[in-house]
Write a protein that binds this ligand. Structure first.
Ligand code: ATP
Length: 325
Protein backbone atom coordinates (compact mmCIF):
# COMPACT_ATOMS: atom_id res chain seq x y z
CA UNK A 1 0.00 0.00 0.00
CA UNK A 2 1.55 3.30 -1.03
CA UNK A 3 1.49 6.31 1.21
CA UNK A 4 -1.25 8.88 0.63
CA UNK A 5 0.22 11.99 -0.94
CA UNK A 6 -2.93 14.05 -1.50
CA UNK A 7 -6.13 13.58 0.44
CA UNK A 8 -9.08 15.78 -0.47
CA UNK A 9 -12.21 15.51 1.62
CA UNK A 10 -15.38 17.28 0.52
CA UNK A 11 -13.47 20.36 -0.58
CA UNK A 12 -15.62 23.27 -1.74
CA UNK A 13 -14.81 26.76 -2.92
CA UNK A 14 -17.66 29.06 -3.65
CA UNK A 15 -16.75 32.47 -5.04
CA UNK A 16 -19.05 35.44 -4.40
CA UNK A 17 -20.70 34.83 -7.76
CA UNK A 18 -21.60 31.26 -6.77
CA UNK A 19 -19.02 29.66 -9.06
CA UNK A 20 -16.03 27.54 -8.04
CA UNK A 21 -16.00 23.82 -7.22
CA UNK A 22 -18.01 21.62 -4.85
CA UNK A 23 -17.58 18.53 -2.69
CA UNK A 24 -14.41 17.26 -4.30
CA UNK A 25 -13.31 13.95 -2.84
CA UNK A 26 -10.03 12.44 -4.09
CA UNK A 27 -7.09 10.51 -2.69
CA UNK A 28 -3.84 10.31 -4.65
CA UNK A 29 -1.11 7.86 -3.66
CA UNK A 30 2.58 8.69 -3.60
CA UNK A 31 4.12 8.24 -7.04
CA UNK A 32 0.77 8.37 -8.79
CA UNK A 33 -0.07 10.74 -11.62
CA UNK A 34 -3.60 12.09 -11.39
CA UNK A 35 -5.15 13.93 -14.32
CA UNK A 36 -7.85 16.50 -13.93
CA UNK A 37 -9.96 17.17 -16.98
CA UNK A 38 -12.89 19.39 -17.64
CA UNK A 39 -14.23 22.07 -19.95
CA UNK A 40 -13.19 25.71 -19.53
CA UNK A 41 -14.45 27.11 -16.25
CA UNK A 42 -15.14 23.66 -14.77
CA UNK A 43 -13.20 24.50 -11.60
CA UNK A 44 -9.85 22.75 -12.19
CA UNK A 45 -7.61 25.72 -11.36
CA UNK A 46 -9.78 26.61 -8.38
CA UNK A 47 -9.11 23.18 -6.91
CA UNK A 48 -5.36 23.41 -7.50
CA UNK A 49 -5.21 26.92 -6.03
CA UNK A 50 -6.84 25.62 -2.86
CA UNK A 51 -4.43 22.70 -2.65
CA UNK A 52 -1.35 24.87 -3.03
CA UNK A 53 -2.68 27.35 -0.45
CA UNK A 54 -3.37 30.31 -2.72
CA UNK A 55 -7.09 30.52 -1.92
CA UNK A 56 -9.02 29.38 1.15
CA UNK A 57 -11.69 26.71 0.84
CA UNK A 58 -15.25 27.60 1.75
CA UNK A 59 -15.63 24.19 3.40
CA UNK A 60 -14.04 20.76 3.51
CA UNK A 61 -10.45 19.76 4.21
CA UNK A 62 -7.39 18.48 2.36
CA UNK A 63 -3.90 17.43 3.30
CA UNK A 64 -0.57 16.77 1.59
CA UNK A 65 1.35 13.92 3.20
CA UNK A 66 -0.85 14.48 6.26
CA UNK A 67 -0.21 18.24 6.52
CA UNK A 68 -3.26 20.49 6.20
CA UNK A 69 -3.29 22.56 3.00
CA UNK A 70 -2.30 26.17 3.45
CA UNK A 71 0.25 25.39 6.17
CA UNK A 72 3.98 25.91 5.65
CA UNK A 73 4.49 22.18 6.24
CA UNK A 74 2.12 21.34 3.37
CA UNK A 75 3.75 23.92 1.09
CA UNK A 76 7.15 22.30 1.67
CA UNK A 77 5.84 19.22 -0.15
CA UNK A 78 4.89 20.98 -3.36
CA UNK A 79 6.14 22.38 -6.61
CA UNK A 80 3.62 24.43 -8.55
CA UNK A 81 3.40 25.57 -12.14
CA UNK A 82 0.45 27.96 -12.34
CA UNK A 83 -1.74 28.21 -15.41
CA UNK A 84 -1.03 31.93 -15.77
CA UNK A 85 2.67 32.26 -15.08
CA UNK A 86 4.66 35.49 -15.30
CA UNK A 87 8.25 35.80 -14.32
CA UNK A 88 10.30 38.92 -13.69
CA UNK A 89 11.18 40.15 -17.20
CA UNK A 90 14.26 42.00 -15.97
CA UNK A 91 15.85 38.87 -14.45
CA UNK A 92 17.75 36.18 -16.33
CA UNK A 93 16.39 32.62 -16.39
CA UNK A 94 19.07 31.55 -13.89
CA UNK A 95 18.17 34.44 -11.59
CA UNK A 96 14.49 33.47 -11.63
CA UNK A 97 15.32 29.92 -10.60
CA UNK A 98 17.73 31.25 -7.96
CA UNK A 99 14.97 33.47 -6.55
CA UNK A 100 12.63 30.47 -6.26
CA UNK A 101 15.40 28.43 -4.64
CA UNK A 102 15.90 31.18 -2.03
CA UNK A 103 12.15 31.36 -1.39
CA UNK A 104 12.25 27.60 -0.76
CA UNK A 105 15.16 28.05 1.66
CA UNK A 106 17.72 26.08 -0.38
CA UNK A 107 21.35 26.55 0.60
CA UNK A 108 23.68 28.36 -1.79
CA UNK A 109 25.68 25.34 -2.85
CA UNK A 110 22.62 23.24 -3.70
CA UNK A 111 21.08 26.21 -5.50
CA UNK A 112 24.09 26.82 -7.71
CA UNK A 113 24.34 23.12 -8.56
CA UNK A 114 20.67 22.82 -9.37
CA UNK A 115 20.25 25.90 -11.58
CA UNK A 116 22.19 24.61 -14.63
CA UNK A 117 20.93 21.04 -14.05
CA UNK A 118 17.32 22.15 -14.06
CA UNK A 119 17.60 24.57 -16.97
CA UNK A 120 19.16 21.74 -18.95
CA UNK A 121 16.46 19.34 -17.88
CA UNK A 122 13.67 21.60 -19.11
CA UNK A 123 15.50 22.28 -22.37
CA UNK A 124 16.70 25.89 -21.93
CA UNK A 125 20.19 25.12 -20.63
CA UNK A 126 21.82 27.43 -23.18
CA UNK A 127 19.58 30.41 -22.34
CA UNK A 128 20.10 30.75 -18.59
CA UNK A 129 22.01 34.03 -19.01
CA UNK A 130 19.31 35.65 -21.15
CA UNK A 131 16.68 37.88 -19.61
CA UNK A 132 13.11 36.60 -19.37
CA UNK A 133 11.93 39.42 -21.64
CA UNK A 134 13.91 37.72 -24.44
CA UNK A 135 12.16 34.38 -23.81
CA UNK A 136 9.31 33.07 -25.93
CA UNK A 137 6.13 31.97 -24.12
CA UNK A 138 7.19 28.35 -24.46
CA UNK A 139 10.58 29.09 -22.91
CA UNK A 140 8.89 30.88 -20.02
CA UNK A 141 6.73 27.84 -19.45
CA UNK A 142 9.82 25.64 -19.40
CA UNK A 143 11.38 28.09 -16.92
CA UNK A 144 8.25 27.73 -14.78
CA UNK A 145 8.76 23.98 -14.71
CA UNK A 146 12.35 24.47 -13.54
CA UNK A 147 11.07 26.72 -10.74
CA UNK A 148 8.47 24.12 -9.74
CA UNK A 149 11.22 21.50 -9.51
CA UNK A 150 13.86 23.58 -7.78
CA UNK A 151 13.34 22.27 -4.23
CA UNK A 152 12.95 18.69 -5.47
CA UNK A 153 9.41 18.48 -4.01
CA UNK A 154 7.58 15.13 -3.76
CA UNK A 155 4.30 16.54 -5.18
CA UNK A 156 3.96 18.55 -8.36
CA UNK A 157 0.87 20.56 -9.21
CA UNK A 158 1.01 21.39 -12.87
CA UNK A 159 -1.75 23.53 -14.31
CA UNK A 160 -1.66 23.18 -18.10
CA UNK A 161 2.13 22.65 -18.27
CA UNK A 162 2.24 22.44 -22.07
CA UNK A 163 -0.26 25.12 -23.04
CA UNK A 164 2.38 27.41 -24.60
CA UNK A 165 4.52 24.68 -26.13
CA UNK A 166 4.86 23.50 -29.71
CA UNK A 167 4.58 19.76 -30.49
CA UNK A 168 8.28 19.16 -29.81
CA UNK A 169 8.01 21.01 -26.52
CA UNK A 170 4.95 18.99 -25.55
CA UNK A 171 6.81 15.79 -26.21
CA UNK A 172 9.72 17.06 -24.08
CA UNK A 173 7.35 17.81 -21.22
CA UNK A 174 5.68 14.44 -21.54
CA UNK A 175 9.06 12.72 -21.36
CA UNK A 176 10.05 14.84 -18.37
CA UNK A 177 6.81 14.06 -16.52
CA UNK A 178 7.25 10.35 -17.14
CA UNK A 179 10.80 10.54 -15.76
CA UNK A 180 9.58 12.44 -12.70
CA UNK A 181 6.93 9.80 -12.13
CA UNK A 182 9.57 7.09 -12.33
CA UNK A 183 11.53 9.00 -9.72
CA UNK A 184 8.53 8.62 -7.41
CA UNK A 185 7.03 12.10 -7.70
CA UNK A 186 3.30 12.50 -7.28
CA UNK A 187 1.89 14.49 -10.16
CA UNK A 188 -1.39 16.36 -10.18
CA UNK A 189 -1.97 17.46 -13.74
CA UNK A 190 -4.62 19.81 -15.08
CA UNK A 191 -4.68 19.61 -18.82
CA UNK A 192 -6.84 20.10 -21.88
CA UNK A 193 -4.41 17.90 -23.81
CA UNK A 194 -6.14 14.57 -23.49
CA UNK A 195 -3.32 12.69 -25.15
CA UNK A 196 -0.93 14.09 -22.54
CA UNK A 197 -3.21 12.96 -19.73
CA UNK A 198 -3.69 9.54 -21.33
CA UNK A 199 0.05 9.13 -21.66
CA UNK A 200 1.08 10.17 -18.19
CA UNK A 201 -1.75 9.65 -15.75
CA UNK A 202 -2.79 6.55 -13.83
CA UNK A 203 -6.13 7.97 -12.79
CA UNK A 204 -8.33 10.75 -14.03
CA UNK A 205 -11.32 12.74 -12.89
CA UNK A 206 -13.62 14.76 -15.06
CA UNK A 207 -14.86 17.96 -13.50
CA UNK A 208 -17.89 19.75 -14.86
CA UNK A 209 -19.59 22.79 -13.46
CA UNK A 210 -17.57 22.50 -10.26
CA UNK A 211 -18.34 18.85 -9.52
CA UNK A 212 -16.63 15.56 -10.28
CA UNK A 213 -18.71 13.92 -12.95
CA UNK A 214 -16.68 10.75 -13.47
CA UNK A 215 -13.43 9.30 -12.26
CA UNK A 216 -11.45 6.11 -12.57
CA UNK A 217 -8.19 4.65 -13.78
CA UNK A 218 -7.23 5.47 -17.34
CA UNK A 219 -7.33 1.72 -18.02
CA UNK A 220 -10.89 1.44 -16.73
CA UNK A 221 -12.02 4.42 -18.70
CA UNK A 222 -10.38 3.39 -21.95
CA UNK A 223 -10.65 -0.36 -21.86
CA UNK A 224 -14.04 -1.01 -20.29
CA UNK A 225 -15.13 -2.01 -23.75
CA UNK A 226 -12.99 -2.19 -26.83
CA UNK A 227 -14.01 -2.32 -30.44
CA UNK A 228 -12.23 -5.11 -32.32
CA UNK A 229 -11.96 -5.52 -36.07
CA UNK A 230 -11.44 -8.87 -37.81
CA UNK A 231 -10.41 -9.02 -41.47
CA UNK A 232 -11.54 -12.32 -42.90
CA UNK A 233 -11.00 -14.06 -46.24
CA UNK A 234 -13.24 -16.82 -47.63
CA UNK A 235 -16.30 -15.20 -46.04
CA UNK A 236 -19.84 -16.25 -46.99
CA UNK A 237 -22.95 -14.41 -45.67
CA UNK A 238 -24.27 -17.35 -43.63
CA UNK A 239 -21.11 -17.26 -41.51
CA UNK A 240 -22.13 -14.08 -39.67
CA UNK A 241 -25.30 -15.42 -37.93
CA UNK A 242 -23.42 -18.63 -37.15
CA UNK A 243 -20.51 -16.72 -35.57
CA UNK A 244 -22.89 -14.59 -33.49
CA UNK A 245 -24.78 -17.62 -32.25
CA UNK A 246 -21.72 -19.73 -31.49
CA UNK A 247 -19.59 -17.02 -29.86
CA UNK A 248 -22.43 -15.18 -28.11
CA UNK A 249 -20.83 -11.89 -29.26
CA UNK A 250 -22.67 -9.31 -31.34
CA UNK A 251 -20.65 -9.09 -34.55
CA UNK A 252 -21.55 -6.99 -37.57
CA UNK A 253 -20.01 -5.66 -40.76
CA UNK A 254 -17.59 -2.92 -39.75
CA UNK A 255 -18.48 0.61 -40.78
CA UNK A 256 -15.30 2.50 -39.93
CA UNK A 257 -12.14 0.79 -41.11
CA UNK A 258 -8.41 1.39 -40.90
CA UNK A 259 -7.23 4.04 -43.39
CA UNK A 260 -7.56 3.15 -47.03
CA UNK A 261 -9.57 -0.02 -46.50
CA UNK A 262 -12.98 -0.72 -48.02
CA UNK A 263 -15.33 -3.27 -46.60
CA UNK A 264 -16.13 -6.16 -48.90
CA UNK A 265 -13.73 -4.61 -51.45
CA UNK A 266 -12.60 -5.94 -54.80
CA UNK A 267 -12.01 -9.44 -53.46
CA UNK A 268 -15.67 -10.25 -52.86
CA UNK A 269 -15.08 -12.84 -50.15
CA UNK A 270 -12.95 -10.56 -47.94
CA UNK A 271 -14.73 -8.64 -45.22
CA UNK A 272 -14.11 -6.69 -42.05
CA UNK A 273 -16.29 -7.67 -39.10
CA UNK A 274 -16.58 -5.66 -35.95
CA UNK A 275 -17.44 -6.54 -32.35
CA UNK A 276 -17.55 -4.63 -29.09
CA UNK A 277 -15.80 -6.89 -26.65
CA UNK A 278 -15.47 -6.68 -22.89
CA UNK A 279 -12.95 -9.47 -22.31
CA UNK A 280 -10.08 -10.76 -24.42
CA UNK A 281 -11.17 -14.41 -24.20
CA UNK A 282 -13.96 -13.49 -26.59
CA UNK A 283 -11.32 -12.41 -29.12
CA UNK A 284 -9.64 -15.81 -28.80
CA UNK A 285 -12.96 -17.58 -29.26
CA UNK A 286 -13.92 -15.61 -32.37
CA UNK A 287 -10.52 -16.11 -34.02
CA UNK A 288 -10.63 -19.86 -33.29
CA UNK A 289 -14.11 -20.17 -34.77
CA UNK A 290 -13.08 -18.28 -37.90
CA UNK A 291 -9.98 -20.39 -38.46
CA UNK A 292 -11.80 -23.67 -37.69
CA UNK A 293 -14.34 -22.81 -40.36
CA UNK A 294 -11.52 -22.79 -42.91
CA UNK A 295 -11.59 -19.01 -43.39
CA UNK A 296 -8.45 -16.89 -43.55
CA UNK A 297 -7.85 -14.44 -40.73
CA UNK A 298 -5.80 -11.54 -42.09
CA UNK A 299 -5.98 -9.12 -39.17
CA UNK A 300 -7.31 -8.91 -35.65
CA UNK A 301 -7.28 -5.28 -34.69
CA UNK A 302 -8.25 -3.61 -31.39
CA UNK A 303 -9.52 -0.08 -31.87
CA UNK A 304 -8.77 1.64 -28.61
CA UNK A 305 -11.12 4.36 -27.54
CA UNK A 306 -9.22 7.57 -27.03
CA UNK A 307 -9.64 9.70 -23.97
CA UNK A 308 -10.97 12.37 -26.29
CA UNK A 309 -13.94 10.20 -27.22
CA UNK A 310 -14.58 9.46 -23.55
CA UNK A 311 -14.42 13.17 -22.73
CA UNK A 312 -16.75 14.17 -25.56
CA UNK A 313 -19.22 11.48 -24.65
CA UNK A 314 -19.10 12.46 -20.96
CA UNK A 315 -19.72 16.16 -21.54
CA UNK A 316 -22.16 15.84 -24.45
CA UNK A 317 -25.72 16.62 -23.55
CA UNK A 318 -24.83 18.26 -20.25
CA UNK A 319 -26.98 21.22 -19.43
CA UNK A 320 -24.12 22.97 -17.63
CA UNK A 321 -20.78 22.92 -19.30
CA UNK A 322 -18.24 25.21 -17.69
CA UNK A 323 -18.23 28.65 -19.28
CA UNK A 324 -20.99 27.64 -21.69
CA UNK A 325 -23.67 28.02 -19.03
N1 ATP B 1 -11.66 34.86 -8.41
C1 ATP B 1 -12.80 34.44 -8.93
N2 ATP B 1 -13.97 35.06 -8.63
C2 ATP B 1 -15.13 34.66 -9.12
N3 ATP B 1 -15.28 33.61 -9.97
C3 ATP B 1 -14.17 32.94 -10.31
C4 ATP B 1 -12.88 33.32 -9.82
N4 ATP B 1 -11.97 32.46 -10.34
C5 ATP B 1 -12.64 31.60 -11.12
N5 ATP B 1 -13.97 31.89 -11.11
C6 ATP B 1 -15.04 31.14 -11.78
O1 ATP B 1 -15.07 29.82 -11.20
C7 ATP B 1 -15.28 28.86 -12.22
C8 ATP B 1 -14.11 27.88 -12.25
O2 ATP B 1 -12.96 28.57 -12.72
P1 ATP B 1 -11.56 27.83 -12.88
O3 ATP B 1 -10.56 28.86 -13.31
O4 ATP B 1 -11.29 27.04 -11.67
O5 ATP B 1 -11.90 26.84 -14.08
P2 ATP B 1 -10.92 25.90 -14.95
O6 ATP B 1 -11.58 24.57 -15.01
O7 ATP B 1 -9.55 25.96 -14.43
O8 ATP B 1 -11.03 26.61 -16.36
P3 ATP B 1 -9.95 26.68 -17.60
O9 ATP B 1 -9.88 25.31 -18.17
O10 ATP B 1 -10.58 27.67 -18.51
O11 ATP B 1 -8.65 27.16 -17.02
C9 ATP B 1 -15.46 29.62 -13.53
O12 ATP B 1 -16.84 29.79 -13.75
C10 ATP B 1 -14.79 30.95 -13.25
O13 ATP B 1 -15.38 31.98 -14.01
Amino acid sequence: MTQTAIHIDNLTKQYDNGRGCRNVQITVGQGEAFGFLGPNGAGKSTLVKMLVGLITPTSGTASLFGDAIGTVAAKRHIGYLPELYRYQEWLTGSEVVRLHARLCGLDKQTTERRIPELLDRVGIGNRGKDRVKQYSKGMQQRLGLACALVADPPILFLDEPSSALDPVGRLDVRTLLRELKQEGKTIFLNSHLLEEVENICDRIALLNNGEILRHGTVQQVLHAQTRWLFKIGGYTPEILPWLIETSGVQLHRAESLPDGERNGGSMGDEIWLEAVIDNEQQVGLITTLIVNQGMTLYYVYPVRERLEEWFMEAVSGLSHRGEQE
